[in-house]
Write a protein that binds this ligand. Structure first.
Ligand code: SAM
Length: 234
């Protein structure tokens, strides 16, 4: 279970209403039962239920089960999609070990807004499911141009470009050398010609193909992360 409080020997953790509902009504835990906790900073702790109520509860940390793990320094920039597909991207990027999710608005992005708190909630759920001890940061959504304007050129950008002729992603990553890396995936309508041209001209960007078929944007994000990790060895 993910909590936003410090974890240490004998630390007491007060539960939010939904967490108490999940543990005591859904999972039917009671005083004396144990549950594993993490907060993304202090590793994983075995905690004991001290008090269990319908709307609240308290757990006490007993022993550390695992040391904190650090996520690979890998980012995903993506154009927000329809709600369910954006949720999918957040969940899968977390499973793949991304350290930062960054929604960026492009010319053909249809979604008008994206809620970082919702993305984070999906990432937390994915981390809980996978036994990951770290949750990616969700960066403030912004226009793609603004994200690129403040870019640290030491971070390479795998620009997923569906317009044929690109170097295959695996080869592009291998040829570029060591990271850190970020993946950039466009919206359902793709990047505009002007955006693509600007991206190709950036010294830190590596235009890459994910194969001969056009993938949906959410599929493309997962495929690109898998190819990047296979090639970069993270
Ligand atoms: N321009 C498109 C169209 O409407 O025909 C398709 C865009 S695609 C659905 C969404 C995004 O996924 C693209 O902008 C690109 O970043 C990525 N993508 C999908 N298939 C890809 C491929 N084969 N190679 C590289 N990127 C791909």
């Amino acid at each position: 279970l993910h909590v936003d409080l410090p974890l240490a020997a004998e630390a007491e953790v007060g539960l939010a209403r939904e967490q108490a509902h999940y543990l005591f009504s859904v999972m039917r835990l009671a005083a004396g039962d144990r549950v594993a906790l993490f907060n993304g900073r202090d590793g994983e702790w075995a905690a004991e239920v001290v008090s269990a109520g319908k709307r609240a509860g308290v757990l006490a940390c007993r022993e550390r089960l695992r040391q904190q793990t650090v996520l690979p320094d890998l980012w995903l920039l993506f154009a927000p999609l329809k709600k369910a597909r954006t949720d999918f991207v957040a969940e899968k990027a977390c499973e793949m070990g991304c350290a930062r999710l960054w929604p960026v608005f492009t010319q053909h992005t249809n979604a008008e807004r994206v809620r970082p708190d919702r993305l984070r909630a999906h990432a937390v759920e994915a981390a809980e499911q996978c036994g990951l001890l770290a949750v990616p940061e969700v960066a403030e959504p912004c226009p793609l141009a603004a994200a690129l304007a403040g870019w640290d050129p030491a971070r390479r950008l795998l620009f997923c470009d569906e317009r044929g002729g690109g170097v295959p992603a695996f080869a592009a990553v291998q040829a570029a050398g060591p990271g850190p890396w970020a993946v950039l995936v466009g919206p359902e309508g793709g990047f505009s010609e002007a955006e693509a041209e600007r991206l190709r001209a950036l010294p830190f960007a590596h235009a890459a193909s994910l194969g001969p078929r056009i993938l949906r944007a959410d599929t493309a994000a997962v495929a690109a992360l898998a190819l990047l990790q296979a090639a970069a060895g993270d």
